[in-house]
Structures are given as structure tokens and as C-alpha cells.
Design a protein. Structure first.
Ligand code: CP
Ligand code: NVA
Length: 302
């Protein structure tokens, strides 16, 4: 059966299993044991947008698993010159075992997954970023030991891929989630409704003051996602007051952690002092992209 990871909802029944597999393979690999579970397998990685972490972590992950990854930028492949997504999916399915796609739109992502005859992994689109949120939940589990009942507070752009995947991911993991955004940037209602179905507390507000009280995790993301560049100046004005700083961090629980998927823009969504401070786990999150995606790839190809 073809399986895929397009939305966090695709792992609603096996999220913790994937996280535990990733942690297990991370420990094995760090102890010098071989984790070559995907020998001879090939991953095709299509990029319509820039990337540092996603590209490197998938490529290194596949090589640790004994397989091989191919980087396909739409600047170079025929998809960028008008070949259809359908034909691209059908052709790649004849060569590779797995596709990772970083897409401009969720429609394109779904179209590729529909036509591919092999599993497709969403490496970010305009609606979701599931690989990042699975890695973040792995990081939270390592830091806090268990996920259920924690309080997660996200400040900033509530209407982007990270906020949407956090809503679903926290719901699935049993984590209460609060999204704090200017009214114009609240999450799409669909993601709020889906998160609520898991029975966690979901709060959506534009009030920054006191918002991080009782938080175990404080997270943010850039105010200007890829594709939003033309709105840069307006957004910087509209998000004023939503910067995570020492004051917001001190309001949270004393052992609260700070998270950011990166790339970060210091002085805007967070101060550098917090992002590089003692409570920050941003580089653990970046590392865990590697291990979480190893768990995801092994699960999809087993
Ligand atoms: N967090 C993340 O996806 O980073 P890249 O854009 O560098 O891949
Ligand atoms: N929301 C950001 C995430 C980058 C990894 C973007 O889409 O650009």
C-alpha cells in the first residue's frame, strides 16, 4: 500500500512510534552501530524553495541508512519548465523509492502524492511542515520525557505552515496549544477545529501580555515565510510587539524551553539573547530533523 506524509494528520496513529524509532536509531548510530536499514534505496528530493536543514538532513539521513539521495531543484528539472506534476510523479516513481517534495503550494503537494506510485514526504508547503513538527515533538520528548499535558505557546505568524502543523501535532500528542498572533494572521479554522478534536485545550488570541504564563514550551517562526517577501515591510509593522524576549520567557515555567524551526531573524520574532540562551533548544531541533526523518523514511519504506 502506498503511504505518505503530507499532513500531520497522516501520522495521527503512529506519531510516538516514529519519534521513538528516531530516538532509538539516533542512540544506536551515536554508539557506533550501523543503522543501514534502507540499503539500495533511493530518495528523490524536489525543491521548489530554498533549504539548508531539509536538504542536508534528508541527504545525510539517507546515507546513514545505507541508501542514496538525489537533489532535484526545480531550477534544473523539467518541472520548472512546465512539465506536469503528474508526469514528473509518474517518471520519478520508475526510478526512486521515495520522494521528498518542498512545494510552493499544498495543491501541488497533493497532486504529486496522488500520482506518484511510491511514498511522498512533505518537506514543507504553504500549509504545513510536518517533518519539522515531528522533529520538534521528538525534541520536546527528549527534554521533558513525556508529551501529554504540556502547555505549548506559539507567538507570531499563526497563519503559516509551522503554526498549522503545530496545532495538529500538539493535538495528536496531547499537548495544550495557544497561538498568539495579530488578528490578521490567525490560523485557518480547519487546523483549529482538527486540533480540538483530539481533546486538548486550544486557545487562539491576539493578546501578547501574560500569554506565556504557565508555558512549558515557547515557540515562534519567521514573520515572513518563503513566498511572503513582498509583504515584508507591512508584516514587520503588524507583528510589532510579538517578539519573544526575556520578559515573555521569564513569565513561563522556570524550566520552559524555547523553540524555533530556523532560519531565525533576530530582533524580529525573537531576540538573539533568547534564541542562543540557556533555555533554547533550537540546534537540537535542527539536529533532530536528521533523526526524526530517519524514523519517517524507515516507517514509510518498511
Ligand atoms: N527548518 C527548515 O525547514 O529549514 P530549511 O528551510 O533550511 O530546510
Ligand atoms: N514558515 C517558514 C518555515 C521555514 C522553514 C517558511 O515557510 O518560510
Amino acid at each position: 500500500m502506498k503511504q505518505y506524509l503530507i499532513s500531520m494528520l497522516d501520522v495521527k496513529n503512529n506519531l510516538e512510534e516514529i519519534i521513538d524509532l528516531g530516538i532509538n536509531l539516533k542512540n544506536k548510530s551515536k554508539n557506533g552501530e550501523s543503522i543501514e536499514l534502507l540499503k539500495g534505496k533511493t530518495l528523490g528530493m524536489i525543491f521548489e524553495k530554498s533549504s539548508t536543514r531539509t536538504r542536508v538532513s534528508f541527504e545525510v539521513g539517507m546515507s546513514k541508512l545505507g541508501g542514496h539521495a538525489i537533489f532535484l531543484s526545480t531550477n534544473d528539472i523539467q518541472l520548472g519548465r512546465g512539465e506536469t506534476i503528474e508526469d514528473t510523479a509518474l517518471v520519478l516513481s520508475r526510478y526512486v523509492d521515495l520522494i521528498m517534495y518542498r512545494a510552493k503550494s499544498n495543491e501541488a503537494m497533493k497532486e504529486l502524492a496522488e500520482h506518484a506510485t511510491i511514498p511522498v514526504i512533505n518537506g514543507l508547503d504553504d500549509k504545513e511542515h510536518p517533518c519539522q513538527v515531528i522533529s520538534d515533538l521528538m525534541t520536546i520528548k527528549e527534554q521533558k520525557e513525556s508529551l501529554k499535558g504540556l502547555n505549548f505557546v506559539y507567538l507570531g505568524d499563526g497563519n503559516n505552515n509551522m503554526a498549522h502543523s503545530y496545532l495538529l501535532g500538539c493535538g495528536i500528542a496531547g499537548i495544550n496549544i495557544k497561538i498568539v498572533s495579530p488578528k490578521k494572521y490567525l490560523p485557518e479554522q480547519y487546523y483549529v477545529d482538527e486540533a480540538k478534536k483530539f481533546g486538548v485545550n486550544v486557545e487562539i488570541t491576539d493578546k501578547v501580555e501574560d500569554s506565556t504564563k504557565d508555558a512549558d514550551i515557547i515557540a515562534t517562526d519567521t514573520w515572513i515565510s518563503m513566498g511572503d517577501e513582498s509583504e515584508k515591510n507591512a508584516r514587520i509593522e503588524e507583528f510589532k510587539g510579538y517578539t519573544i524576549d526575556d520578559k515573555l520567557m521569564k513569565l513561563a515555567n522556570p524550566d520552559a524551553i524555547f523553540m524555533h524551526c530556523l532560519p531565525a531573524y533576530y530582533g524580529y520574532e525573537v531576540t538573539k539573547e533568547i534564541a542562543h540562551g540557556t533555555q533554547s533548544v533550537i540546534f537540537d531541533e535542527a539536529e533532530n530533523r536528521l533523526w526524526a526523518q530517519i524514523g519517517i523514511m524507515v516507517t514509510l519504506l518498511k
